[in-house]
Design a binder for this molecule. Structure first.
Ligand SMILES: C[S@@+](CC[C@H](N)C(=O)[O-])C[C@H]1O[C@@H](n2cnc3c(N)ncnc32)[C@H](O)[C@@H]1O
Length: 364
């Protein structure tokens, strides 16, 4: 490897991603992680060093980390100014990780902004070259969503600050893509609201925990208007009972698999015995109030039924307050037999989190 390169194997160096939504809380989050040094990289990434090697995944504030990677190899350099960057980087990574048999190699950009297009090509070329070098990967090129969420992948991020790599499972990283974001176009004429991207990303994220619900599964959707999420569910061939006190977008009028109930969710009564495979709740208002409606209606979920819940945090400002609301929502749900499967801040979430529950059975 050339003299410009350096590599470090220390499990306590991490690349973490914190959404810009929480930019005012970064200092508090880093303090909670007991991060000793930090350097901002690209868009939303921080290179940190922690005293405790488990802090990133086990601290309460891990909820605020969109994605994380232990950095086992780094090459701080300006790739655009380096000669043969791809070949040198690929050879060094092969030497270091070749014998560790990652299930696949994924390379992303530290700054996915279109003005950094050069790095998109670089990431793709680097991945291509590494797939040629790693013998076990020559034949089997896994798609991102085909990864075993519990097996280590070699993730690399590249940008004008250099190359940062580590091996970890997608589940531990908190996302199947490097950086965690699956890009979802919101510019189609069929896009009804930006909330559609949230549910598309949530369903992608959920693949790390359970397989996709089969076609024709029935969803109960609370807080559906104008219908961005509804249209995403329908596009997957699910059946949807959507509830809102406001109307749905007219483009959904002729949907065969949609049943719309215009009502206040608080007074909604469903026919005895009606069962759903999944519930989606995107009600605005306090998370503690919305979860009460989910709990009240959870008797209509089948066993192992899924709940996809947007935890909104109106008027909640600090990290500690957010975590307190999260705790109260998760505890209330658990008493009703709704067990937390996963929690995250998705790229398409704003000041809110997405929680995933599974319905076992009520304890009372
Ligand atoms: C964030 S918007 C939902 C966006 C929607 N999920 C989408 O994909 O376009 C929240 C919705 O919750 C509805 N809502 C809030 N409280 C409600 C209640 N008690 N009963 C019925 N609808 C309610 C509002 O009318 C609003 O349409």
């Amino acid at each position: 490897m050339s003299e410009e390169s350096s590599s470090v194997t220390a499990s306590h160096r991490w690349l973490i991603r914190i959404s810009d939504v929480f930019v005012d809380s970064v200092e508090e989050i880093l303090q909670q992680l007991e991060a000793t040094t930090s350097m901002k990289l690209g868009h939303e990434y921080y290179l940190i060093q922690t005293v405790n090697s488990d802090a990133v995944r086990q601290s309460g504030v891990s909820l605020f980390l969109r994605w994380n990677l232990p950095i086992q190899h780094s090459w701080p350099c300006h790739p655009q100014k380096m000669e043969n960057f791809v070949e040198k980087a690929a050879q060094a990574l092969f030497l270091k990780f070749g014998h560790l048999n990652p299930q696949t190699i994924l390379v992303g950009q530290l700054n996915p902004n279109p003005s950094h297009i050069y790095y998109k090509g670089l990431a793709s070329n680097l991945r291509g070259r590494m797939l040629q070098l790693f013998p076990s990967l020559k034949e089997s090129k896994l798609d991102v969503e085909e990864q075993n969420s519990e097996a280590p992948t070699l993730f690399c991020l590249v940008g004008k600050e250099g190359l940062f790599c580590g091996m970890q499972s997608p589940k531990e990283c908190n996302g199947l893509y490097p950086g965690g974001t699956k890009y979802i176009s919101q510019s189609s004429p069929h896009t009804i609201s930006r909330a559609g991207a949230k549910v598309a990303e949530a369903l992608h994220y959920l693949l790390m925990y359970r397989s996709a619900l089969p076609v024709d599964s029935a969803w109960l959707e609370l807080g559906a208007s104008p219908g961005g999420m509804t249209s995403e569910l329908l596009s997957r061939d699910y059946r949807v009972t959507a509830v809102d006190r406001a109307p749905l977008d007219l483009r959904l009028n002729k949907e065969r698999k949609l049943d719309f109930i215009r009502s206040d969710v608080a007074t909604l009564q469903l026919r005895e015995g009606t069962k759903y495979e999944a519930m989606l709740c995107d009600l605005n208002g306090k998370g503690q109030d919305s979860i009460k409606q989910v709990i009240r209606l959870s008797k209509h979920l089948k066993k192992n039924g899924l709940v996809l819940f947007t935890l909104k945090l109106p008027s909640v400002k600090t990290v500690q307050e957010s975590l307190a609301v999260l705790d109260s929502v998760v505890n209330a749900a658990a008493v009703a037999g709704l067990y937390l499967l996963a929690k995250t801040h998705l790229s398409y979430n704003r000041h809110e989190f997405t929680l995933f529950f599974e319905y076992q059975s009520a304890r009372f």
